[in-house]
Design a protein around this ligand. Sequence first.
Ligand SMILES: Cc1cc2nc3c(=O)[nH]c(=O)nc-3n(C[C@H](O)[C@H](O)[C@H](O)COP(=O)(O)OP(=O)(O)OC[C@H]3O[C@@H](n4cnc5c(N)ncnc54)[C@H](O)[C@@H]3O)c2cc1C
Ligand code: SF4
Length: 566
Amino acid sequence: MNINSEFVSENTYDAIVVGTGMSGGWAAKELTEGGLKTLVLERGRDVKHVKDYPTMNKHSWELPYRDQLTAKERKDYPVQLRTGYTVKQSTKHWWVKDTEQPYTEKKGSFDWIRGYHVGGRSLLWGRQVYRWNKLDFEANEKEGVGIDWPIRYKDIEKWYDHVENFIGVSGMKEGLSQLPDSKFLPPMEMNCVEKDFRKTLFDKYGRTYTIGRVAHVTKSHNGRGPCQSRNLCIRGCPYGAYFSSNSSTLPAAEATGNMTLRPNSIVHSIIYDDKKEKATGVRVIDSETLETKEYYSKIIFLNASTVNSTSIMLNSKSNRFQNGFGNDSDELGHNMMDHHFKAGARAKMEGYDDNYYFGNRPNSGYLARFRNLDKNDMDFLRGYGYQGGASRSGWYRAAEEGLVGQDLLDTASEPGGWNMNLLAFGEILPYHENKMYLDNNKLDKWKMPTIVFETEIKENEIRMREDMKNSAAEMLDSCGFKNVEPYDNRYDMGNGIHEMGTARMGKDPKTSILNKWNQVHSAKNVFVTDGACMTSSSCVNPSLTYMALTARAANYAIGELKKRNL
Ligand SMILES: Cc1cc2nc3c(=O)[nH]c(=O)nc-3n(C[C@H](O)[C@H](O)[C@H](O)COP(=O)(O)OP(=O)(O)OC[C@H]3O[C@@H](n4cnc5c(N)ncnc54)[C@H](O)[C@@H]3O)c2cc1C
Ligand code: SF4
């Protein structure tokens, strides 16, 4: 009896955070800074900032096989390789081996791109950060799509400020209502072709092409940076010049003395006490020893990423929740969204031969949404923005042209012509039928049920893709580019790596899982603040919004705990 109560008190905290990625890092920081003794559980191994970035300073010739995977290695990553750009010799240690982490694609493809380690995908992301706009929070209600958001832009605005002030965002103020300005550090520089495109586009169309807004510090900021334009970010940055949990939020949480971080701890499920009518803790499997443990706390933040947080909830069954934790509405696992992309246009620009640029800018330009703003006048709902920029082709074109001898040398030592690409990212509507659920007959090596996906894009997205492609081509053509090539390369759900929406926020517990503070409607001491909480998807990259919602919910939770409401 004594031993048991000692064990319970040793394993009891004020708060538990599940996951150390983009949103988990923020939950850890805010809760510990608010004075809560916080246990942070991470299923993957520990990754210490700088010390554990083994390839960050390697030259391309120091990497085997010119940085490509061998045929044998490729067999381990059939899903992770579907992005076409992420898994290399220099980065393979970050990605899950699909052979060890199976799932089922029952209807359509679902590209589930994952990194399990301390820091999660905050180490691996593209760092593009954009605020959502007012319309994004209102569109569902106005158009009768899905359900209404329980919050509006004004509810999150000060939390965007809060997050941006800490992470550091470089960009330019544009004063656009559809792309609200952030708190900016100095912008990265556009090159000559991009600057001219920006001007011509605005003159001809009144549309805005700006430099990408990125979570890079372009001058020293909170002890980090500044960015050296090496564009090797995905390997980990020795300067801490881009935002990651490892460089920023976890060290801040650590500095409070209130954080206990436990890597190799797979959260299996939430423990619910029927009598107290609240969650009391979580069950954990040690990923190395397979030993199981329980940890207890007053509040729990689920930040294991959209699919994993939802699967933990689906796996948390009790008398009260026989159908998954907080799943009175039966919406848990439904309404999966992402951003569809891989449509746009590319072209060449003649001239500007005496102009070049410095370094490998880890950023592109961004052409802000221009469709369906004042009124819905397209044959699809919502909109899209384009990422993309201009650059000169490199030495490899000499090889592609099959040159040899002096011709090869001459061509390889001169920069080639200018190319421009506009790649659209568009909103996907929340469809109830797009879903994930658990397969209890197919377990993984930790005896956890595996996940089944049934997802597809529908008519609205297909019509939007036509416009993404044609508008890009039209704009490039009328702004003086040559050899304009529109394209629509196949997109599969998940490939945007912005999966979201499977435990959505809403006003009504009958149609949603979470309330306006990201609390589970029916278990208020559990908060879900990663992408699972999203009620619609906007067309801009989502991580800034996950971080802002997390900071907002964590500070609300601290206040409620002080008032003894949780
Ligand atoms: C190549 C790439 C480019 C991207 N570019 C952008 C971009 O430019 N802009 C943008 O906004 N977003 C981008 N994203 C998406 C962005 O990375 C995610 O939106 C973000 O990381 C999600 O944060 P998260 O906290 O929900 O999950 P993650 O960052 O994935 O973290 C989840 C953590 O939880 C852990 N975990 C999972 N299950 C469990 C469990 N059962 N128990 C304990 N721990 C668990 C995982 O190991 C992981 O560490 C990109 C992603 C990739 C991979
Ligand atoms: S480009 Fe900047 S953020 Fe990326 S690795 Fe280099 S210094 Fe770090």
